[in-house]
Design a protein around this ligand. Structure first.
Ligand code: HEM
Length: 329
């Protein structure tokens, strides 16, 4: 979307993701969802953080923000995993494709009756906002609302999921920095910002230029063609960042006060009009979640003795993060 169509749709959900609405209504939702997940493994002394926490926490938050039943969290984890596999199925595995298409049907069959109910009896949730909103005097169709919900689940789920896994991986790989964050929790924000620069969840975004794009003296793309912008590579530009391949939460060339705004000097949330609408929600989720994890887990180590590899081209993070730890008393 572009122009007015884009801005009116964006403005429907933006208030929920910032300022008072985020602080008053959704911070408790974020806190409670994170605690429930951590409580389920805090006594175990070992965990795959991707499976037990990262792939669940942001999805559960969006499900609750939309006002969908908590008892369906497990369904959403299954649907989410299947959609993610479908979206990253560059090799074209037929089973993954078939499962993804089945999920689309299941999700539709689940959402459409709820959307109809919410139109008749709206509540104080994000789905009701979408059901009752008028854009230029016209309400969105049931199909459009369903698509909007699946956009929120993927845009707000996979990204934050991967961010949590990468922040924890980067910190455990650098025990001195992990210790600094443990002692001063205000450094979580810096650890997240540096992770966004060093190992961002989203590595590329696509654009179709309206006119030929000139960069560095050459035409890099003609109008109407698809341009893939490697935002992950931009974050390692040695002209912008000293020792760009070094993870350092104390670096002074990453502007922390603007790291979660459209004026950021990293590119992990993109820039301009499509700058991530959920950046502050993600920050709140990370600050809450990483603090809970550090509170519950002491002496954190990689279960295999070494950091797990990253996976993915479009989006990227460890596929699993198996850790051992001493349970906090
Ligand atoms: C660490 C976490 C996150 C990262 C790295 C991230 C990254 C991005 C990027 C790169 C874009 C630009 C895409 C493009 O222009 O092609 C974007 C847009 C978007 N993000 Fe996020 N995101 C994160 C968290 C979230 C969360 C929690 C939500 C909330 C549900 C969210 C919702 C969206 C939406 C709706 C857009 C489209 C905005 C527009 O086109 O105006 N994101 N995000």
């Amino acid at each position: 979307m572009d122009g007015r169509e884009h801005s009116t749709h964006r403005n429907l959900v933006a208030p929920a993701f910032r300022g008072r609405e985020l602080a008053e209504k959704f911070v408790p939702v974020i806190d409670q969802n994170s605690r429930a997940l951590v409580d389920a493994f805090r006594g175990d002394g070992h965990v795959d953080l991707v499976d037990r926490y990262a792939t669940r926490f942001p999805i559960n938050v969006i499900v609750d923000m939309l006002g969908l039943p908590k008892s369906d969290h497990e369904h959403f984890h299954r649907w989410y995993s299947s959609i993610m596999a479908f979206l990253s199925n560059l090799a074209g595995d037929e089973q993954v494709t078939a499962q993804g298409l089945r999920t689309k049907e299941e999700f539709e069959a689940y959402m459409l009756p709820i959307i109809r109910q919410r139109r008749e009896a709206p509540g104080d949730d994000l789905l009701s906002t979408l059901c009752t909103a008028e854009i230029d005097g016209v309400r969105m169709t049931d199909e459009e609302i369903k698509a909007f919900c699946s956009l929120l689940l993927t845009a707000g789920g996979e990204t934050t999921d991967k961010a949590i896994a990468s922040v924890m991986r980067n910190l455990v790989e650098h025990p001195d920095q992990l210790q600094a964050v443990r002692e001063d929790r205000s450094l979580i924000s810096a650890a997240f910002a540096e992770t966004l620069r060093y190992s961002p969840p989203v590595h590329m975004i696509m654009r179709q230029p309206a006119e030929p794009v000139r960069l560095s003296g050459g035409v890099v793309e003609e109008a109407g063609k698809t341009l893939t912008c490697l935002i992950g590579a931009a974050n390692r530009d040695p002209e912008r960042f000293r020792d760009p391949d070094t993870f350092d939460i104390h670096r002074d060339d990453l502007e922390l006060d603007r790291a979660y705004t459209a004026g950021a000097n990293h590119t992990a949330f993109a820039l301009g009009r499509h700058f991530c609408v959920g950046a502050l929600l993600a920050r709140t989720e990370l600050e809450t979640g990483i603090a809970h994890l550090l509170d519950a887990m002491h002496d954190i180590r990689f279960a295999d003795g070494a950091p797990p590899p990253e996976h993915g081209v479009f989006t990227r993070a460890p596929a699993e993060l198996r850790l051992t730890f001493t349970p906090a008393s």
